[in-house]
Design a protein around this ligand. Sequence first.
Ligand code: NAD
Length: 403
Amino acid sequence: MEKIKMVTPLVEMDGDEMTRILWQMIKDQLILPFVDLKTEYYDLGLLHRNETQDQVTVDAANATRRLGVAVKCATITPNKQRMEEYPQLTQMWKSPNGTIRSILDGTVFRAPILIDSIHPVVKNWKKPITIARHAYGDVYKSVDLYTTEPGECTMTFKGQSGEEKTLLVQKVDGPAVWQGAHNKEKSIRSFARACFQYAIDTRQDLWFSTKDTIAKVYDGEFKKVFEEEFESYKAKFDELGITYFYTLIDDAVARVIRSQGGFIWACKNYDGDVMSDMVSTAFGSLAMMTSVLVSPDGTTEYEAAHGTVTKHYYKHLKGEQTSTNPMATIFAWSGALRKRGQLDGTPDLSAFADKLEAACFETLGDGIMTKDLVGLVDEGTPVTAVNSSEFIGAIHDRLAAKL
Ligand code: NAD
């Protein structure tokens, strides 16, 4: 069989621990036998990031801006414990995802992979709900203060021009806590544009919610910027028959729970943090959650939403077989290949991505699954619990039959 040709390379970002092992298995068994794979490879494994003083992460992000599509393996973000585990680390390097996100000025979209035998806890949810989380500012870049005596707090903005604006926050008669938060109009605009672009790319309705009845200026600005930006996308939305819908966050929660799914829910930073965990838990498993970083110019980076599955890695190092679920990582590859095919006008590559995903669904439909899913499937479903290698092998056989 002749392999499927690629025109432009993907940016390939390798990662750490068990997902790095899965990465190689997926490439070897599900991609390289069928696709004449072209990638620009960047090793974002922790030790290589350390050797390059994290320059490799910056290079990988810049390559993504240049080439337009990337696929990323999960990576370790070092903390104190990791500094002890890897004594050769010269710094507690920042999260690669954070670095890439700030270079691409992107928004993260997370969506569950649904299968027939696993039903969401919310029984009317039939289609995926994609959460778009604004990834800059608010409480995540705020300052906090605790005070012990009666007094008052004011907030002052000093402009470069010398103009000052002061507001009384509150007078208090005893101990109190205070918080100063901000967001930038530029970041909100990028967020809005990434959301509209992603809604068009995936042909889904877009919902956006804040609490602008209470935070009239702060959340009001979010609402206003979204309305302004929507003007440039409205014609395309009309053409595709999709809608943009703004509502208050409490109304959105009620509607989401009663909905059938099948839309994108754009959330401010904190709301997105909380709601993405709620939605992913209700849909089943972190191992079945995909994640895409989209920048306002349409540059995309695909990955799994989960981490490096450390416990399984240490089992693997002891020579034990693990039943780590590769679905989200496979879907990162299929997402990136499909997008590359669309941008390059190579429909064979996009069709390959569809077939790869179909082979995954068939395998799961045949009851062959990793252990994390076994406890989630409907009672009475015949199931064969397999290790990662057997699971990928079963997908390979079904994929080969389709090509
Ligand atoms: P994790 O996602 O690796 O694991 C969380 C839990 O979910 C564990 O119980 C794990 O066994 C289970 N799990 C996750 N994915 C699974 C899969 N595919 N198959 C079966 N079970 C799965 O998160 P963690 O333990 O909090 O973090 C481990 C490492 O991953 C950390 O060093 C962290 O920095 C990193 N991390 C990276 C990313 C990323 O690169 N996007 C995201 C989160 C965490």
